[in-house]
Design a protein around this ligand. Structure first.
Ligand SMILES: [Zn+2]
Ligand SMILES: [Zn+2]
Ligand SMILES: [Zn+2]
Length: 333
């Protein structure tokens, strides 16, 4: 059972995960990670994962067997697990709560692909549908406050299985990074009576120097204060706080924008490892509308080092304007 512990100085929560406990020798360096053989995410190896939560599969085929296009299973080594209520407690000045939550894996294809750009537009759309379906389902659980959907592709980005997949972690609290954005967006809204991301969209679509793609209902930009080289955001052009409220049309457009962005990152930057995450409103804030959901993509081109750890400051060795100009020119076909 994992535990959420709060740092008494900066109020930062961490997950202390006994499910993922490792002996000292099991902490591998990036260079000696070898991916598991046989692959637990390939079609035919369904018994290697915990029983599936849902799948998109051909009619007439049973769960946990072959003939699927996409499968969602609980993470075998979950960071958070269980539905039990929040057992909160104290130890002297320290605060903790039980690590109840969910940790799921979205296996995006039955084929052993290692780069998401191998997926078709239709397969991208399926992945986005699956994200939306899972969030809508988890919303019913009142003990959960936030769902983070993210992808680690490549071992430098934290992937431990190379077969492409995304992950979902549902938390009983709103995590710090989300809270920073939520609080910032709320205070901008209070002061300007406008959504800060809508203002960013207006500015960037006129300014254009940081625009990577101006697609149907999404604008793809390298943000003004990008922390990392080629950090890229995908913003829906119409205001919406919740990813899970995206329409069919938007998911279709998003699959095109996301796929094209990842193709460009992959071809222009020599196939880097990357992370992406979806930032959306907390599950239970259905009356609020000051946030604007988006996707952040971070190619792994630099290391977070002492200065960044010590200061919370990032040094970006490239300008977002240059990054956008490079990504903007069409990918060679
Ligand atoms: Zn595989
Ligand atoms: Zn907005
Ligand atoms: Zn964000």
């Amino acid at each position: 059972m994992s535990q959420l512990r709060k740092d008494p100085v900066v109020s930062r929560w961490v997950i202390v995960s006994t499910e993922r406990a490792r002996r000292p020798t099991q902490y591998k360096t990036e260079d000696d990670i070898s991916f598991q053989e046989p692959c637990p995410f390939c079609e035919g190896n369904e018994v290697m994962t915990p029983p599936e939560i849902m799948a998109y599969r051909s009619e007439g085929f049973r769960p946990d067997g072959p003939s699927w296009n996409l499968r969602i299973v609980p993470n075998k080594f979950p960071a958070l697990v269980g539905k039990q209520g929040l057992a909160e407690g104290h130890e002297g000045l320290y605060e903790f709560m039980s690590g109840a939550g969910r940790h799921e894996v979205i296996i995006e294809t039955p084929k052993h692909e290692v780069n998401m750009i191998a997926l078709s537009e239709k397969e991208f759309t399926d992945v986005l549908h699956a994200y939306r379906e899972r969030i809508l389902d988890l919303k019913a659980d009142r003990s959960l406050r936030y769902v983070l959907i993210f992808k680690n592709q490549g071992c430098q980005a934290g992937a431990t299985i190379e077969h492409i997949h995304s992950q979902l972690i549902a938390l009983p609290i709103v995590p710090r990074a989300a809270l920073d954005e939520l609080e910032g967006a709320k205070s901008y809204f209070r002061n300007s009576h406008r959504c800060v991301y809508c203002s960013i969209l207006d500015h960037e679509s006129v300014e254009k120097t940081r625009v990577v793609l101006d697609h149907e209902s999404f604008l793809v930009i390298c943000p003004f204060a990008a922390r990392f080289p080629f950090e890229t955001w995908i913003l829906p052009k119409s205001h919406s706080s919740f990813f899970e409220h995206a329409s069919e049309r938007q998911l279709l457009d998003l699959s095109r924008s996301l796929r094209e962005t990842l193709i460009r990152i992959s071809t222009k930057l020599n196939n880097p490892a990357f992370n992406y995450m979806i930032h959306s409103m907390p599950l239970d804030d259905s009356n609020e509308d000051y946030f604007h959901w988006h996707i952040e993509i971070i190619p792994k081109l630099t290391q977070v080092a002492g200065f960044e750890w010590g200061s919370g400051f990032y040094i970006n060795p490239s300008t977002p304007e240059e990054s956008a100009a490079i990504l903007r020119s069409p990918a060679p076909s």
